[in-house]
Design a protein around this ligand. Structure first.
Ligand code: SER
Length: 336
């Protein structure tokens, strides 16, 4: 008998780090982690770690010969800024890696006659506001509005959402007897802020970078204008949303892609918030025009009514609580 497990790809990344910690404590199933890097010493004895790439088919063939994968959290991706430096490599990881994993989940689903749950972090990058005027006019976008991404990463995420919907709802649609299909569920995340890790290669990174630099006593130059507005969220809320969505009973899931939101703020407000707790911090601005353009194309906020109504989503951390109770105490401890 193969052992039933949860699989997390990109397990050593920002979300992975927090999600793995949570699942080690709270899941009945063993956790298989997959990443290009070695597992950190803190988790290495608590998970089954596989070092490798999501583009390596032979690795997945090996995995399914040993394990029955019940839930997949597919976190591995090249983020928006990194992806612009090598769009084809990004497509390879973000799209082809996802397609391979969807195929594996589909055949696992058929084989065991029960849907594999496929939990996918999508992003505000799936939106593309044409100009600042429109961005201001529509500050709270719904899932199906303004789906015109301008980045490779955003296009990859939007397309993978569609692949997920296809594999769940239309897979083998011409077959006389349609097989059981996998259960794809996605969340469009805002910029995430963790007290324990720094993001790399994202465009929302100016928020967390500002804060971590301040805690370390380093000078920081924010790469977007002070009036740049996007939504952010504390990492514990991101983990909560993924696990809540994964656990939601089927009858509650009315759509396959959900916005979630916590708080939106201007870069200048982010700076003010950091200065409240680190009054000595030296935070200036040095605008990177291309990264600015990406941020300008992302919405100010996302309407998460559907997630609230369907599976009871609500953020635990508003702006104040996020800084006061989660970010600042933990970051201070970290850099002490
Ligand atoms: N944080 C991501 C990025 O900046 C967006 O989801 O690429």
């Amino acid at each position: 008998m193969r052992k039933k497990v949860i699989l997390i790809t990109g397990a050593c990344g920002e979300i992975g780090h927090a999600l793995v910690d949570y699942l080690i404590e709270n899941s009945d199933l063993p956790v298989v982690t997959l990443d290009l890097q070695d597992a950190s010493p803190e988790i290495v004895d608590k998970v089954i770690h596989v070092k490798g790439s999501v583009t390596d088919k032979s690795l997945f063939d090996r995995l399914i010969s040993e394990y029955e994968i019940d839930i997949i959290y597919h976190l591995a991706a090249l983020l928006s800024t990194s992806a612009e430096f090598n769009p084809v490599a990004a497509h390879n990881v973000n799209v082809e890696g996802t397609l391979m994993l969807l195929e594996m989940a589909a055949s696992q689903t058929e084989f065991r006659g029960k849907p594999v749950k496929f939990i996918f972090p999508s992003s505000i990058a799936a939106y593309g506001m044409p100009d600042l005027e429109t961005k201001t006019q529509f500050p709270n976008v719904k899932e199906w509005e303004w789906n015109y991404p301008t980045t490779m990463y955003g296009a990859n995420k939007l397309y993978c959402e569609m692949l997920g919907i296809y594999f769940s709802d239309h897979f083998k649609q011409l077959a006389e007897i349609r097989p059981v299909t996998l259960d794809f569920r996605a969340i469009r995340f805002p910029g995430l802020i963790s007290a324990f890790t720094l993001p790399s290669g994202g465009t929302t990174d100016y928020g967390p970078e500002m804060l971590h630099a301040a805690a370390k006593g380093e000078t920081y130059n924010c790469f977007v204008r002070e009036d740049s507005a996007i939504p952010f969220m504390a990492m514990p809320d991101a983990v909560k949303s993924l696990t809540l969505l994964a656990e939601a009973p089927d009858e509650k899931i009315k759509k396959r892609v959900y916005n979630i939101s916590a708080f939106s703020l201007l870069a200048s407000e982010f700076r003010e918030e950091v200065l409240k707790y680190f009054p000595e911090a030296k935070i200036g601005y040095q605008i990177h025009p291309q990264r600015q353009k990406i941020i300008d194309s992302w919405p100010i906020g996302c309407d998460d009514t559907a997630a609230q109504e369907d599976w009871g989503w609500s953020a635990d951390y508003g702006l104040e609580r996020c800084f006061e109770e989660y970010l600042v105490p933990n970051i201070k401890k970290r850099y002490e």
